[in-house]
Design a protein around this ligand. Structure first.
Ligand code: HEM
Length: 444
């Protein structure tokens, strides 16, 4: 018999709490109801899977058992042709097309560009007495994703795109994302109309770029989409290309930028971590080779621990397409089911002292994909996971090799919702000072 697990009552209240205080809501529910519980939301019920066993049930389900969640409210935001909206064969085919540029040699080809962009952006930020880590890292991740997706290098075009993407992302408030009732044009006045105008502006820029890619294809992702052919020989429509481009730009820049801002904050609140990290980095010399940075084990552990303690995306929802077995429950079709990244990452039997920032845990043991999942998992696992980790290590490595940072807020930042993501409140204000060569403890 179909049945939902226990959970709190009151859809409006839980939706409000999920928008404003998601960590408190999820932690309180786990303490009261256990590993698997139902959260009644405005859009319908969402069953949270907070243990490795329940995460495994979801991530290893046959591809047709689960489909994308809340497509009605997400479609107007990302577009109907976006990868996150697709399921079944079309999803599999589109992933096959989009994944390779973010892996292996194609990904490693961006190493030098990532390091150059980071060096330039931190040097610019150092001219002011006060900077905000999230602003710097966002500028870096935007430059990087624009190069990867469009092959854009001209500064004026880069900044036109960057402004359009930031404007679109800023217009996408949490309420607009989670409450479809607000997705109305209201005579061109409301927040949704403003968001749509910004999407159209970005699409207009993309349209010009599509024409350029058709005339002179490069090795960027847009050129790949323009040249792609489905089995029947047809090509992707311009609308489908717009939707995929927006998805990649949106999913690929803010997430990485927030993760880097957290990592900088954590590293500077833990002197022993910072000292060990600097020892590892300084052994590579003052201008480390980017690919060698990406291979450093402690730097890798610092990035992983930042993503564990403060996952940027707190859950990875899907929807049951048919009755879905989750532990002792059989969820009715239409129920949301979400591996809860946040809860799994804070389980004390997996991560002793879970609230402590301790990168060493990733050197001491290996975690399964159901125990550590900052990038989700299964057939919808983030296609940018390897790229994001590579970028994080290079940017953090370049930053800490060349600069001393001083945090300007004594208190650690609170995680706050941006839209689908959580980031540090205030963006981590800091001051930068160049590291003297004398301060380097290079291995002689
Ligand atoms: C630290 C950075 C990032 C984090 C924490 C992150 C996290 C996630 C998570 C949790 C999911 C959902 C996975 C699931 O449902 O199981 C996801 C999906 C996705 N991510 Fe990322 N992501 C990051 C960077 C990127 C980058 C750089 C790209 C650039 C291409 C990207 C593109 C995508 C796409 C296209 C999907 C949808 C995959 C699908 O539905 O098949 N992400 N990401």
């Amino acid at each position: 018999m179909s049945q939902l697990p226990r959970g709190p009552q009151g859809r409006l209240l839980t939706t409000y709490q999920f928008l404003t205080r998601p960590i408190e809501l999820l932690s309180r529910c786990a303490a009261t109801y256990g590993d698997v519980f139902n959260v009644p939301m405005y859009n319908g019920d969402v069953v949270m899977a907070g243990s490795p066993a329940s995460v495994q049930d979801v991530m290893t389900a046959p591809p047709d058992a689960l489909v994308p969640y809340a497509t009605k409210s997400i479609a107007p935001l990302v577009g109907e042709h976006s990868l996150v909206m697709l399921s079944g064969e079309r999803h599999r085919r589109e992933r096959k097309l989009l994944t390779p540029p973010f892996h292996g040699d194609r990904m490693r080809a961006y190493a030098a560009a990532m390091a150059d962009v980071a060096a330039r952006r931190f040097a610019e930020a150092a001219r002011a007495p006060r900077a905000v880590a999230q602003d710097i890292t966002q500028a870096i991740s935007l430059d990087v994703i624009l190069r990867a997706v469009f092959g854009v290098e001209e500064p004026s075009r880069m900044s036109a795109f960057a402004r359009a993407i930031v404007a679109m992302t800023d217009a996408l408030t949490p309420a607009l994302t989670f409450l479809p009732v607000l997705q109305r044009e209201l005579g061109g006045l409301g927040p949704y109309a403003r968001f749509r105008r910004r999407v159209e502006h970005l699409d207009a820029l993309c349209r010009e770029q599509i024409e350029r890619a058709r005339a002179a294809p490069g090795d960027d992702i847009l050129s790949l989409l323009v040249a792609a052919r489905y089995d029947d020989g047809s090509s992707m429509s311009d609308q489908a290309i717009f939707d995929e481009l927006r998805t990649l730009l949106f999913a690929g820049h803010e997430t990485t930028a927030l993760a880097l801002a957290w990592a900088l904050d954590h590293a500077h609140r833990h002197p022993t971590v910072l000292a060990r990290l600097r020892d590892e980095l300084d052994a590579l010399g003052p201008e480390p080779d980017p690919e060698r940075l990406a291979a450093l084990p402690y730097l890798d552990a610092v990035c992983k621990e930042a993503l564990r303690l403060h996952p940027i995306v707190t859950e990875a929802p899907r929807m049951a397409a048919q009755p879905f077995r989750l532990g002792e429950h059989t969820l009715p079709p239409g129920t949301g089911v979400a591996p809860c990244i946040l809860l799994v990452h804070h389980r004390p039997e997996l991560y002793p002292e879970p609230s402590r920032f301790r990168p060493e845990r990733f050197l001491e043991r290996k975690y399964s994909p159901f125990e550590y999942l900052p990038f989700g998992g299964g057939n919808r696992r983030c296609i940018g996971a390897a790229f994001a980790m590579f970028e994080m290590k290079i940017v953090l490595g370049v930053a800490l090799s060349a600069w001393e940072f001083r945090l300007l807020d004594e208190r650690p930042p609170r995680p706050v919702r941006r839209n689908l993501t959580l980031g540090p409140a205030g963006g981590v204000p800091l001051a930068l000072r160049a590291r003297g060569r004398a301060a380097l403890r290079t291995a002689a």
